[in-house]
Design a protein around this ligand. Structure first.
Ligand SMILES: C[S@@+](CC[C@H](N)C(=O)[O-])C[C@H]1O[C@@H](n2cnc3c(N)ncnc32)[C@H](O)[C@@H]1O
Length: 394
């Protein structure tokens, strides 16, 4: 690999961009880390760059045939997709479901800042990918303090090579990070870079009192949220959602994104009713409303389909496909109509539950995302508003 002569200027420009965006504090140690753990050592020769923050399209990058584009993408605030379909797809084709990436620098640094990690801390890094976050953490706390765990053996092998080239040798485990890694516990920090639909209790058990867990939390309704939990020493962990995050789901927490016509196979007899709530308000609501719905309606997923013919009609689908039976609901929005048809089937009345949750959010004064919190206990997790005592009842 021929390194461009202006590499340090590129790294400085990236750091300046992240500072301007508010991701990197001006005097943060992570600014130095960007130079000491250069991202290009963790980028594959062929990838798909995804500057999702700017809304620009994904584009292929190839270090050998077009090094200019490759280097520009590596030192931009873009994620780089490194795997499709758990390795069954070809990265060069850019088709399939992305299943691993070198995360975008902005969100990586934001999570590392939230982790509040210090020299000497023992850290568990879940979702190694090609190894960049494990390298950054190794630089910060010492590689002998870092355990990084990746479920995919092929990616773990790439990470081992990349980390070695960068001069770091943390403990690299192939396995399911949702179980933590008890052999190296207790940890001061757990840093997860695949999204979770619920917090694995093993992480709480394996973290010291006063320790911290950060993860992208994507319970199923709408986009995702950054979650920051403090481990409290009484068998629980509790914390808030400071801002948004969209990550690839941890393998065991993936839910099939079924086409709508397959959803209706769940559930048995269909109950038909009417609603006056515009279902688009629910489907396209702000992240705080998504969180309110997730808090009240566990397991619900939502998809909305606009009529491709341009009539303005939208069908909003809700699904809970956990368990053998499952439940679904659909609501048909028609422009100009005062009421909309609702169909519901299965054990749950998902539209009724979701509508009630959305109206609770409005009645409560539209609380912002950072007023919500989550407490994790040995028996499960529950949401709260403003203070842990103010539990949101399901
Ligand atoms: C978005 S990539 C993050 C890679 C890297 N840490 C970074 O931020 O650049 C998420 C990684 O999590 C891995 N992963 C998914 N489920 C996992 C699990 N249960 N345990 C460990 N790793 C998992 C995926 O294979 C993927 O490599």
């Amino acid at each position: 690999m021929t390194v461009p002569p202006d590499l340090s200027a590129r790294i400085d420009a990236l750091a300046d961009l992240l500072t301007a965006q508010g991701d990197l504090a001006p005097n943060s140690r992570w600014r130095t880390a960007l130079a000491k753990v250069p991202r290009h050592l963790f980028a594959p020769a062929i990838g798909q760059a995804d500057p999702d923050r700017t809304g620009a399209e994904r584009y292929p990058i190839d270090r050998d045939t077009d090094p200019g584009t490759w280097w520009a993408a590596v030192y931009d605030d873009a994620s780089i997709i490194t795997q499709y379909d758990d390795g069954a797809g070809r990265v060069a084709d850019g088709r399939g479901i992305p299943t691993s990436s070198l995360s975008a620098p902005g969100v990586v640094i934001t999570f590392l800042e939230l982790l509040d990690v210090h020299a000497g801390h023992r850290v568990l890094d879940v979702g190694t990918g090609t190894g960049w976050t494990a390298g950054l953490l190794s630089w910060r706390v010492g590689a002998d303090q870092v355990t990084t765990i990746e479920i995919d053996p092929g990616l773990a092998a790439q990470a081992a090579r990349n980390l070695k080239a960068a001069g770091f040798s943390p403990r690299l485990v192939i396995g399911d990070g949702l179980a933590g890694y008890a052999e190296a516990a207790p940890y001061d920090r757990v840093h997860c870079t695949c999204a979770i639909a619920a917090v694995p209790y093993a992480w709480v058990e394996q973290t010291r009192p006063g320790g911290r867990i950060v993860a992208p939390y994507q319970p199923g309704f709408g986009w995702g949220h950054k979650l920051v939990l403090d481990v409290l020493g009484d068998g629980t962990a509790s914390g808030r959602f400071p801002s948004g995050a969209g990550y690839m789901m941890a393998r065991a927490h993936r839910r099939p994104r079924l086409p709508a016509d397959e959803w209706v196979q769940h559930g048995g007899p269909v109950e038909v009713s009417r609603t006056r709530l515009d279902p688009r308000a629910v489907a396209y609501g702000p992240p705080a409303a998504d969180l309110a719905i997730s808090a009240h309606v566990p397991g619900v997923q939502c998809r909305a389909f606009s009529d491709p013919a341009g009539s303005g009609e939208v069908t909003v689908w809700l699904l809970d496909n956990r368990g053998p039976g499952g439940s679904w609901a659909s609501v048909d929005y028609e422009p100009g109509a005062g009421e909309y048809t609702v169909e519901q089937a299965g054990e749950r009345r998902l539209w009724d539950e979701t509508q009630a949750a959305y109206l609770w959010w409005l009645r409560t004064g539209r609380p912002a995302r950072d007023r919500f919190g989550l407490t994790v206990t040995p028996t499960g997790e529950h949401f709260w508003l403003d203070t842990p005592e103010n539990v949101i009842k399901r």
